[in-house]
Design a protein around this ligand. Structure first.
Ligand code: NAD
Ligand code: GDU
Length: 322
């Protein structure tokens, strides 16, 4: 059988490059891969030698057309997006433009070239604050930020693109992607890093003194926030399984991709201490949401300062206000 031609859009980024790697490992007789990326956050070093690369921006439909004309893909893996929750709150229009308008452009070009399979990087952020755990596919979707909204919008668009044009899609809602390819050759390298594990590892690398743990007032056993961390190679192989699923069943679907296990921030810091043999100092800071969304910063960060202000008041008012 001839190899299947696939476009991996955002294939120079963290998760996309791991998908490219898994496709590439299967051999050129199975997949002919074309990476499409505008390199806004991607890295050329993450693309294996011999894999085709086309620089294009999904916000510019005209830049996609020649790529489809030249390569005639049969499927698109769509990883490219703007991915930071806090940035989506300060620039919602930019996030809608890249994640929604950009994806609309991609779907229009797919329609034009009669490409039938689309595998979409969605996110657990479409659920917002979950009502129960584990979160299941059909649970209520109430995104809490523009980032999650843009991903849910695309999920809805895909539903109608299937009905109208027969574009079959699988939406994969990842929980927290982490880890790196076993070779150590590719991994997570975001210029503006916000993700917990790479930030923790900057401490033993000597790039920062300590890590901050955002919030210790969560209703969890140790008070720090619990997330579901899933390895990036497992996410990558899930994409290939999703494509096989589409080829076999020709039916659209949505899947939550997590490990099914929750780990707290403290547990992740502890795991990093074990792996690296470094003490990794960690300090509790308020929950990130308040800082990112309200622009709120704590003025009083040490318990002595807090007690001092109380002592000041009680000394001045030993009997209270009376
Ligand atoms: N990292 C996570 O924990 C996580 C969790 C859930 C979902 N996701 C989703 O997975 C996907 C990949 O995330 P990632 O962590 O690999 O991010 P990333 O920033 O490393 O990769 C995104 C890639 O897309 C490219 N890109 C961005 N905008 C583009 C545009 N307009 N045109 C062409 N290329 C463009 C970037 O250059 C980059 O190579 C995203 O859609 C993200 O929303 C990520
Ligand atoms: O320096 C840090 C960084 C993070 N955290 C905490 O660590 C946990 C994980 O945070 P990340 O920033 O690594 O990941 P998020 O869960 O915030 O978000 C990730 O997963 C979401 C899906 O659940 C979205 O898809 C999003 O794109 C992706 O970044 C959170 O409790 C966060 O508060 C810290 O305590 N200190």
């Amino acid at each position: 059988m001839a190899p299947m031609k696939v476009i991996v859009c955002g294939g120079a980024g963290y998760i996309g490059s791991h998908c490219v790697r898994e496709l590439w490992k299967l051999g050129t007789d199975k997949f002919e891969i074309v990476v499409v990326d505008n390199m806004s956050t991607g890295h050329p070093q993450s693309i294996p030698k011999g894999v085709a690369f086309e620089k294009a921006d999904i916000r510019d439909k005209a830049s996609l057309v020649p790529v489809f004309e030249k390569h005639r893909p049969q499927a698109v893996f769509h990883f490219c997006a703007s991915i930071e929750v806090a940035a989506s709150c300060s620039d919602p229009l930019g996030y809608y433009e890249n994640n929604v308008t950009g994806t609309l452009n991609m779907l229009e070009v797919m329609k034009q070239f009669d490409v039938k399979y689309f595998i979409f990087s969605s996110t657990a952020a479409v659920f917002g604050v979950p009502e129960k755990s584990p979160i299941e596919e059909d649970d209520a979707k109430r995104p809490m930020n523009p980032y999650g909204e843009t991903k849910l919008a695309v999920e809805r668009i895909l539903h109608w693109c299937d009905a109208a044009y027969g574009i079959k899609s699988v939406c994969l809602r990842y929980f927290n992607a982490c880890g790196a390819d076993a070779s150590g050759e590719i991994g997570e390298d975001h210029a503006h890093e916000t993700h917990l594990i790479p930030l923790i590892l900057q401490v033993p690398l000597g790039k920062r003194d300590k890590v901050y743990m955002f919030g210790n007032d969560y209703p969890t056993p140790d008070g720090t926030c619990v997330r579901d961390y899933v390895h990036v190679t497992d996410l990558a192989t899930a994409h290939i399984a999703a494509l096989e699923y589409l080829r076999k069943h020709n039916t659209s679907n949505q899947f939550n991709l997590g490990s099914g296990l929750g780990y707290s921030v403290k547990e992740i810091v502890e795991a990093a201490r074990k792996v690296t043999g470094h003490a990794i100092p960690a300090e509790v800071k308020p929950r990130r949401a308040a800082e990112a969304v309200l622009g709120w910063k704590r003025q009083y960060t040490s318990v002595e300062e807090i007690v001092r202000t109380a002592w000041n008041f009680h000394q001045k008012h030993p009997n209270g206000f009376h």
